[in-house]
Design a protein around this ligand. Sequence first.
Ligand SMILES: Cc1cc2nc3c(=O)[nH]c(=O)nc-3n(C[C@H](O)[C@H](O)[C@H](O)COP(=O)(O)O)c2cc1C
Length: 365
Amino acid sequence: MADLDLRRMLDLGRWAPSGDNTQPWRFRITGARTVEVLGSDTRSWCLYDYRGIPSRMAHGALLETLRIAATEQQARMGWRLREGGDETAPVYEIGFEPADALAPDPLLPFVESRCVQRRPMRTPALTSAEMAALTEAAGPDYHVDFRTGARERLEVAKLLWHSARVRLICPEAYETHRRIIEWGVRFSKDRIPERAVGVDSLTARLMRWVLADWKRVDFLNTYLAGTVMPRIQLDLIPGLACAGHFLIRPRQPARSDREQVQAGMAMQRVWLTAARLGLGFQPEMTPVIFRWYVQDGQALSARAPVNAAAAAVAERFNDVWSVSAEAPAVFMGRVGRGAPPTSRSLRLDLDDLIVVDGHDTVEAA
Ligand SMILES: Cc1cc2nc3c(=O)[nH]c(=O)nc-3n(C[C@H](O)[C@H](O)[C@H](O)COP(=O)(O)O)c2cc1C
């Protein structure tokens, strides 16, 4: 068997999704068939990276993508999380083994084209075959619930509407919002490009001006109902304009690092399966993340009204999805029909992601 082309696998792997396109990983090639993924997380500055869970899910998406990429070269992948390290910088040891009879994974062709669709999509409801395929993709350890009818979508859209208010009135989230958008562009290698955000150009110009200074955000929110316009465009309309929303729930609470990585693997399989079905896809993680804070009794903000509003979002979430307050949930999103987006996040170049011995500082993404 010919040597494995590890660079090719890593080149595909880097297309895995990560929260706000932070790409919390670097790669070290340690042998002819072994690689280390040097993970990081963004909890020090990103309110949404609660206990680093979204970053760990992104690591899972990366590992799943590498597993799929390996099938292109008829190789099987194994991985383990190195024990005893810093929990904010997990190291994943990965090995590949030739497996001659292995067929390319059917999700392989979608690794690079899979992306987020934040704009309104067409609404014909998901078919039962589509729901079955998405559920199967998550695997036996997860329930996948759907909300597809017009009335159900309205209830989810209202949940997103309330959740978005929390996001926009929370001073602690401001730093994240300020950092993650690359303004005035269609493609961005290390952030979300303005055109992929999902607002019209006038609103984008206003957002850019407002986000330059928290005082502007606060003033607009207090006196000019500043959260209304972005929430209509980013949450209410997309919440209605889709074929359905879904929630991925682990059968067992996903408490350990490993379980959170596995949740990310399930997320990536569902996302790639949506791409294979020709469906647009958008994660809707803020209500899930705010509910994690509430479940753990952790304050989201120094401002009491923000925490009260987050608690109300968690309650609404439980109603919409008919789950108990304690029920674990790892991922929520929407899918729909229509043309793919014309703007998307790109990735850092492979050479910038590969750590060469002697230069092995992993910068926090
Ligand atoms: C764990 C996780 C959470 C995410 N949460 C959201 C979200 O709440 N809303 C959203 O629009 N995109 C969300 N995203 C999508 C990322 O912003 C997106 O994957 C990243 O910017 C790269 O873009 P691409 O997936 O189009 O390549 C999330 C992605 C991951 C992996």
